[in-house]
Design a protein around this ligand. Structure first.
Ligand SMILES: Cc1cc2nc3c(=O)[nH]c(=O)nc-3n(C[C@H](O)[C@H](O)[C@H](O)COP(=O)(O)OP(=O)(O)OC[C@H]3O[C@@H](n4cnc5c(N)ncnc54)[C@H](O)[C@@H]3O)c2cc1C
Length: 510
């Protein structure tokens, strides 16, 4: 098989980049996706994400034991299907803060320059306030009185019901917004079940890919790597692009010595609070059995009700730390509020009703790294999230947890108010809360940064080219030098959309 351009990974960024390339008249484009189709109800129905997480449509990676989190391994869920993580995520829509992009300090990526890219993708995504939130989510949105109806924003302290990429009650993923509409161009081929082992590079030119099942697919003009923050660096390492000393140790011939590949891994660390109370939030209790039983029919007929819930219905941004080494006064924490009784003894939903909230750090300073497995490079990569490896993150999370508790205590829940059941009285002093954080910290599922753009020893240029290659581009969340201050799906789509323009410009010049 031979195409002009290959895109590896049909995720948030991959779908956007493929659409942009297919619309330009620069030749044939083939998207190679390791996972299966997304055409199943549990992907389309927002509530279905409960069933896709942990299924065959999830890569189900786990981290290495995290030394600063009681040596626990942490789940690293990633979408493994058409649409990638945009087919498994909670559909919360945030661009990030303007100065997230300005602080990248890279040509073409200032807030002003990415504004147009965001506007263009938002005409296709049409993010909207979650249409049918639970009354608890509406109430939580009134936590900061000034802006209860406007969506919250990481630009200032604010709370509210989230905007989501749900359209007419169903998930509107990157595959829905970008990929499927582009098939009409006639220049786009999408192959699912096509898991890329490595890219074959000769003299700095990417020539073809080899699939795990032995097939090879040639690229006449170039290759775009959009396999996400875990998949993309792993593919490069298997292709001989990475830390030379490490790859030699694995017996992989070095094509490009790029020690930055796999470094700078980071995510938003998060810690939660569980509340339980009769007739409060959603839960598996006898009093709600009828509503649960009728909710699929309600969704089918009216596209609303609990099946149209994205779980993470509302939230807030606030400043937690009074003085930190970060030396600024912008919101440093985000709350995700879920009007669900989330299990705290192992299961996701427990036999009770209640609600749950977690707080995560907007701009963590801890960094981890990713390498490939020394025994079999094709098995799951070795993912060290580096959680809480910088003590400043522990300070912010402690302050954030305390403030989240206060905000939940004063939220106008009225008769829907429930009791904090976990960690409850076990975590009142700073020492106890820090112990709870180390025992329970996880991430918001936003890994970024493993193929960072930069002007120094980072592996990717600000034109998204892999340094040392002339026709290999990276377009996904891995290229973020530092994480945006909120959820990362919209920025990943923006990266893919912008990548297509950069690639087209380069190909038209050459
Ligand atoms: C459970 C969950 C909830 C989340 N909730 C939100 C949210 O509510 N809002 C938000 O903004 N963000 C959320 N995120 C994060 C957001 O979805 C991601 O940041 C974003 O989708 C990343 O896009 P990407 O293009 O970098 O990678 P992905 O979308 O993950 O795409 C990578 C694609 O590459 C494919 N791939 C990987 N390796 C190979 C290979 N070897 N060969 C071929 N294909 C390969 C994968 O299967 C996948 O389809 C969530 C993520 C998860 C997992």
């Amino acid at each position: 098989m031979e195409f002009d351009l290959l895109v590896i990974g049909a995720g948030s960024a991959g779908c956007a980049v493929a659409a942009g390339l297919a619309h330009a008249d620069i030749g044939s484009v083939c998207v190679l996706e390791a996972g299966p189709s997304d055409a199943v109800p549990q992907v389309k129905i927002p509530f279905g994400l409960l069933y896709t997480m942990g299924s065959k449509r999830d890569w189900r990676f786990t981290s290495t034991p995290q030394g600063n989190a009681e040596n626990r391994t942490i789940s690293v869920n990633r979408g493994h299907m058409i649409g990638g993580s945009s087919s498994i995520n909670s559909m919360v829509w945030f661009r990030g803060r303007n100065d997230d992009f300005d602080n990248w300090a890279l040509p073409g990526w200032s807030a002003l320059e990415v504004e147009r890219e965001f506007r263009e993708i938002e005409t296709l995504i049409q993010p909207r306030r979650l249409p049918d939130p639970h009354p608890l989510s509406e109430a939580f949105g009134k936590t900061f009185r000034s802006n209860s109806l406007a969506p919250p924003t990481p630009e200032r302290e604010s709370a509210g019901v989230f905007e989501t990429n749900i359209r007419n009650g169903r998930r509107w993923s990157a595959a829905d917004a970008f990929l499927r509409p582009s098939l009409a161009s006639g220049r786009l081929t999408v192959l699912s079940g096509a898991s890329v082992d490595r890219i074959v590079i000769q003299s700095g030119r990417a020539r073809q890919v080899e699939l795990i099942d032995g097939r090879t697919i040639k690229a006449r003009a170039g290759i775009v790597l959009s396999a996400g923050s875990i998949g993309s660096p792993a593919i490069l390492m298997r292709s001989g692009i990475g830390d030379g000393a490490q790859l030699s140790g694995l017996g992989i011939p070095i094509e490009i010595d790029a020690p930055g590949v796999g470094r700078n891994l980071h995510d938003h660390p998060a810690i939660g609070l569980h509340y339980q109370g009769k007739n409060t939030g959603y839960g598996l209790v006898p009093g709600q059995l009828l509503q649960w039983a009728f909710s699929p029919l309600q969704w089918l007929l009216k596209r609303n009700g609990r099946m149209s819930s994205n779980f993470v219905e509302a939230g807030a941004f606030f400043r937690a730390a009074s003085v930190t080494a970060l030396n600024d006064d912008k919101p440093d924490c985000q709350i995700h509020f879920m009007p669900y009784m989330m299990g705290y003894k192992g299961r996701q939903i427990t036999l009770a009703s209640g609600y749950y909230a977690d707080v995560c750090i907007c701009r963590p300073v801890s960094r981890g790294n990713l390498t490939i497995n020394t025994k079999d490079p094709r098995t799951s990569p070795i993912i060290n999230l580096g959680l809480l490896s910088d003590e400043r993150d522990v300070d912010v999370l402690l302050a954030g947890f305390k403030k989240m508790r206060k905000l939940l205590a004063k939220a106008p829940f009225e008769h829907l108010r429930a009791e904090e059941v976990y960690p409850g009285a076990d975590a009142t002093t700073d020492e106890e809360i820090i112990r709870h954080i180390r025992n329970r910290v996880a991430t918001a599922y936003h890994p970024v940064g493993t193929l960072a753009m930069g002007t120094q020893d980072q592996p990717v240029s600000s034109e998204l080219q892999l340094k040392g290659s002339e026709n290999l581009w990276v377009a996904d969340a891995s290229i973020m030098p530092s994480i945006t201050s909120a959820n990362t799906n919209a920025p990943s789509m923006m990266i893919g959309h912008k990548a297509a323009k950069l690639i087209i410009r380069k190909l038209k010049k050459s």
